[in-house]
Design a protein around this ligand. Structure first.
Ligand code: NAP
Ligand code: GDP
Length: 342
């Protein structure tokens, strides 16, 4: 029997990390995940994947560590000797990045540099995926945005992602590393964090329908996003590391919807009148101008055969149905919840 390929995922406890771990395990990989030590459990998204590390044949291993700890990253890389490294860890919320700009830069920008440098210093021969973001384009971007569009971010998160993006290009060109950026547009799922707008909406719809709350407080409803389905996006990440040449790609659906469109569709799907339940809270309005995000994913389709098949209308239904099924089960491991789609 041949030795399985080994992957290291930072951010394995997050939305994308959990789907990527599933995908790689299905493909026969040995999967190693960096998880933060926390005073409460932060592994509910991967609980259903748990395997006893002492049992023969186990292919999922979790390691305590942070993207802020260079020595730990180097030691883990030497120990695991991964063939592929996926950097998905760090402060990932744009709104929070205005409150915590320094922490965002520390984990999202310098974190990526630390990991790239750890790969270089440890001498491990691996391919590197960096989770770049459409937040790098900013409010004055071309429409739609492609790999050739200029980056002009206007959020601490976007600026941090841009630092990491160019660091990845620098290690590719300077040191010959197979290091690539997936410029991913927003992607969501029932596992999306509860403070991102789509999940905030789908969860509120479920709770309002169940009579647990009456109102949903949101910021700007006119902003548009290109929202795709997270399980499809992790497949694009994997494909990028299997390519013949290291190359950066936009990952997007190519369609755009406003927050209001999402709200209307979600409340409609549950048979509720959104205007009776949605209120504005200025705390959720961002301090800088927002971007009109719509991605041109033509290159990844032509070169890697990847294309989004779940678009926003279907995504709304997946998320609302999952939250309706899960109402009252928050905090439980995914395996114990009622079927939550994806
Ligand atoms: P997520 O659900 O917020 O997951 C973030 C992960 O990073 C979690 O596992 C978190 O651990 C971990 N993390 C946070 N700080 C860390 C630190 N100091 N050291 C190590 N790990 C740390 O985000 P996601 O939606 O899966 O996104 C994955 C990546 O893609 C992120 O880098 C995000 O910025 C980027 N991205 C996402 C989207 C999107 O629409 N989802 C679009 C473009 C780019 P805990 O579980 O302990 O908090
Ligand atoms: P982002 O695109 O990475 O910032 O993802 P989010 O899901 O956090 O926000 C998507 C869009 O929804 C942004 O343009 C926000 O300004 C807008 N939005 C409107 N109301 C809210 C809210 O209550 N929470 C969040 N997170 N975003 C909101």
């Amino acid at each position: 029997m041949s030795t399985p390929r080994r992957a290291l995922i930072t951010g394995i406890t997050g939305q994308d990390g959990s789907y990527l771990a599933e995908l790689l395990l299905e493909k026969g990989y040995e999967v190693h995940g960096l998880r933060r030590r926390s005073s409460t459990f932060n592994s509910s998204r991967i609980e259903h994947l748990y395997q006893d590390p002492h049992e023969p044949g186990t292919r999922l291993f979790l390691h305590y560590g942070e993207i802020t700890d260079s020595a730990r990253l180097i030691a883990l890389l030497r120990e695991i000797q991964p063939h592929e490294v996926y950097n998905l860890g760090g402060q990932s919320h744009v709104g929070s990045s205005f409150d915590e700009p320094e922490h965002t830069a520390e984990t999202t920008a310098v974190g990526a540099v630390r990991l790239l440098e750890a790969v270089r210093l440890s001498g491990v021969d691996c391919r590197f995926y960096q989770a770049s973001s459409s937040a790098m384009f900013g409010p004055d971007a071309d429409v739609p945005q492609s790999e050739a569009s200029p980056f002009r971010p206007r959020t601490p998160y976007g600026a941090a992602k841009l630092h990491a993006h160019w660091a990845t290009v620098t290690y590719r060109e300077g040191y010959g590393m197979f290091a690539v950026n997936g410029i991913a547009f927003n992607h969501e799922s029932p596992r999306r964090g509860e403070t991102y707008v789509t999940r905030k909406i789908s969860r509120a719809v479920a709770r309002i329908q169940a009579g647990l709350e009456d109102y949903l407080y949101l910021g700007n409803l006119d902003v548009t996003r290109d929202w795709g389905y997270a399980p499809e996006y992790v497949d694009a990440m994997w494909r990028m590391l299997q390519a013949d040449q290291p190359c950066d790609y936009v990952i997007a659906t190519g369609t755009s919807f406003s927050v209001r469109d999402f709200v209307v569709a979600a409340f409609d799907h549950a048979g509720l009148d959104w205007e009776k339940h949605v209120r504005c809270d200025e705390r959720y309005i961002r301090p800088t101008r927002e971007s009109l995000l719509i991605g041109d994913a033509g290159l990844v389709k032509r070169e890697l055969g990847w294309e989004a098949t779940v678009h926003t209308q279907e995504l709304v239904k997946i998320m609302v149905d999952a939250d309706i099924a899960a109402v009252g089960h928050e905090g439980e491991p995914w395996i114990d919840r009622p079927k939550v789609g994806g």
